[in-house]
Design a protein. Structure first.
Length: 412
């Protein structure tokens, strides 16, 4: 295998580098900031992995729900109105994916990826990095809980181990935590990674394997000739790798354009609020389903994450969005003290209309590949995505069917 340059030191790029190096490639990773730094999509998120949350963003009913949320300045979903042809094209294709059939197809692919990734993470990680205590999915309204209960048998048949928590069982799982909810489900395969520690530890593992890590390095241009990328211009000099992998998260679309490729990719901003862990905090991850807020206990810290904001390449923090997250948490856990000064963060999740990443060679180029678009569940997809990318570049028979992830697929 020729030497490979992976552009992007986030979790997707690092797993590509891990499996490429195991396949015998000489690998260099370039990252525009420090690996695991605040610019990284995984730096401040809630770290959820496991089989929960495999549903794509595009589902039946989402467009109507999105319109209602747009009227609420603190809602979990927001689109900043702007004359952006790329956004309009993305939304059009997203809308076409909001059908039972399309959502079902995407769910099956995403669940398979999450199951395979969880198996990889269990092999790689110690108990101090991957915590697998199960996950509580809470519903505040009776209507929301009733709808969720009706999906349990179908989820189990699909391979997601959901069950309804009986009265009193939640207090046994989470003693001392006051919930104001109508009911809850439990997924025994719910798990989470400590981030950014996981990302920095994976980078250290790669360095020990002989992978070269170039941090604080901007990729300025791709120089192409015919069907090959001949040279990569960076802020630290020019590189001439045998193969280039674009795994730059939300920045992948702009980089791909330098090679004439059009990725159907939009940055979706998410927020997190990290507090010194207050009394009455849950000991396992909790998903406040109707409010779209995730809660992760991180030892002496508690992280609250949520929102999906289509506002372009903008990482500024909206106080209204932060207040919306805190309000949702207080509604569900009224005794939880959220008055401590929080550490706030926002990151850009690279989303495709069908929620499936781009993985594989970028036709018509012979030496350019893609590993981007992992969206809102990137930590749960990146391990097996990196393995698939390495198998394709090495000419091996892949574990997964690569067709759903190909560049040039039609989103309809």
């Amino acid at each position: 295998m020729p030497d490979v340059l992976v552009v992007g030191g986030g979790v997707a790029g690092l797993f590509c580098a891990y499996y490429l190096r195991r396949a015998g490639a000489t690998v260099t990773v370039v990252e525009r900031g420090p690996i695991g730094g605040p610019q990284s999509c995984s730096h401040g998120n809630t770290g959820f992995v496991g089989t929960q949350g495999a549903a794509p963003l595009a589902e039946p009913g989402v467009p109507a729900l999105g319109l209602r949320w747009l009227l609420d300045p603190r809602s979990p979903f927001f689109i900043r109105p702007r004359p952006d042809p790329a956004l309009i094209a993305w939304l059009w294709r997203f809308r076409r994916r909001c059908t039972e059939r399309a959502a079902g197809e995407a769910f099956r692919v995403l669940l398979d990826m999450k199951q395979r990734s969880l198996a990889i993470l269990r092999e790689l990680c110690g108990d101090d990095t991957l915590t697998a205590r199960g996950m509580v999915i809470a519903f505040r309204t009776p209507q929301g809980f009733d709808r969720a209960r009706r999906t349990v048998s179908r989820a189990n048949a699909s391979g997601v181990p959901l069950r309804v928590l009986e009265p009193g069982e939640l207090s046994t799982l989470e003693p001392g935590v006051e919930f104001d909810i109508s009911g809850a489900l439990y997924n025994e395969e719910g798990a989470y990674l400590r981030v950014p520690e996981f990302v920095t530890e994976l980078a250290a593992t790669l360095a020990g394997m002989g992978v070269e890590l170039l941090e604080d390095t901007d990729v300025l241009d791709l120089e192409v000739a015919g069907r090959r990328v001949r040279q990569v211009r960076t802020s630290r000099g020019d590189l001439r790798p045998g193969t280039v992998v674009i795994a730059a998260g939300a920045w992948s679309a702009a980089l791909a354009r330098k090679a004439g490729l059009k990725l159907m990719l939009q940055p979706a901003k998410g927020y997190s609020v990290t507090l010194k862990s207050p009394g009455g905090a849950p000991r396992r991850p909790v998903l406040l389903s109707e409010g779209k807020v995730a809660i992760t206990p991180l030892g002496d810290r508690l992280r609250l994450g949520g929102t999906l904001e289509l506002s372009g390449m903008d990482t500024t923090i909206s106080r209204r969005r932060v207040d919306g997250i805190l309000r949702t948490v207080r509604d569900h856990l009224p005794a939880l003290d959220t008055t401590a000064t929080p550490q706030t963060w926002s990151g850009l999740r690279p989303c495709t209309p069908d929620s499936l990443p781009y993985i594989g060679r970028a036709e018509p180029y012979e030496n350019l590949a893609l590993a981007c678009g992992h969206g809102h569940i990137g930590l749960g997809l990146a391990p097996v995505g990196g393995k698939l990318l390495a198998q394709l570049l090495a000419g091996e028979t892949p574990d997964l069917d690569p067709a759903p992830f190909r560049y040039g697929r039609r989103f309809q």
